[in-house]
Design a binder for this molecule. Structure first.
Ligand code: URA
Length: 267
């Protein structure tokens, strides 16, 4: 028997509220808008709303999916908070171990917990989204942002944002293996786009991809007979990892615009 599809909560709320769905500049659902603006991360925002601590245009609002816009006046615990759109992006140096998932059934820890553990109070109010995924055992550059449009831009297949990985592999890949990586090869989910492949040491390959399929680096290197032993990401777009393991820093507006090719509102 076919499983009954659950209607997403945002859709249920939108149907209940009818014509009041968010529209116009900065339009969003209250919970999400609070996380994006750095007031409270989504789970805390939802709880605060249910607890009656949030006022919208002078009235206590208990609906987490209430529509708001940039002109909406919001108070949390009696303090007025701006919902102005601001795109914030963090670089984080992921260590081997934590998962890039919200859920953690194996109890190994998540990158979100690792990031929050080192962020200052003024950045704790944001909902941080990981920009793409890295495997548990992959180290290196992981970007986080409060802006879902930036996540979509950076991870969309058509953006072709280059990602540079360094892999230590089994054996010593000869030139024909590197040529196959460069030209593109066939994986079970289709052909890969041409990539840059450079030998940095006899068993170390720097591979730059302009797509981001599941376990792609590991699958490509296995396909040419050199399975990955250790994998590290050192750059996304023109943004190169420059903080120590477990550390973070915020990207400048220029790094976001030029390094990631992202203009808010353009996608
Ligand atoms: N490709 C992989 O195989 N693993 C990663 O973590 C990232 C890219």
């Amino acid at each position: 028997m076919a499983r009954k599809q659950r209607t997403p909560r945002w859709l249920e709320a939108a149907r209940r509220r009818g014509p009041e769905a968010p529209a116009g500049p900065g339009a969003d659902w209250l919970t999400r808008a609070l996380g994006r603006a750095g007031v409270l991360p989504r789970a805390e925002a939802e709880q605060a709303i249910r607890d009656g601590r949030v006022e919208v245009d002078g009235r206590v609002e208990r609906e987490p999916f209430a529509p708001v816009g940039e002109g909406t006046r919001v108070r949390v615990d009696g303090v007025e908070r701006a919902l102005t759109r601001q795109v914030r992006v963090l670089m984080f140096h992921k260590t081997s171990g934590p998962v890039v998932h919200g859920s953690d059934p194996e109890g190994v820890g998540t990158v979100f917990e690792r990031l929050r553990a080192v962020l200052p109070p003024e950045l704790q109010g944001f909902e941080w989204y990981a920009v793409g995924r890295l495997d548990r055992d992959t180290t290196g550059l992981l970007l986080f942002t409060n802006d879902e449009q930036l996540v979509r831009h950076s991870t969309a297949p058509e953006t072709h944002l280059p990602k540079r990985y360094v892999a230590r592999v089994e054996g010593q890949p000869p030139e024909p293996a590197l040529a196959r990586l460069r030209e593109g090869l066939m994986l079970e989910d289709g052909p890969t786009r041409p990539a840059e492949a450079v030998l940095r040491a006899p068993d170390v390959v720097a591979l730059t991809l302009t797509e981001g399929r599941h376990h792609q680096v590991k699958r490509m290197l296995a396909a040419v007979g050199h399975p990955v032993l250790a994998l590290h990401r050192e750059a996304v777009g023109q943004v190169v990892l420059d903080v120590a393991e477990g550390a973070w820093r915020e990207l400048s507006g220029a790094e976001v615009a030029q390094g990631l090719g992202f203009q808010p509102g353009a996608d």
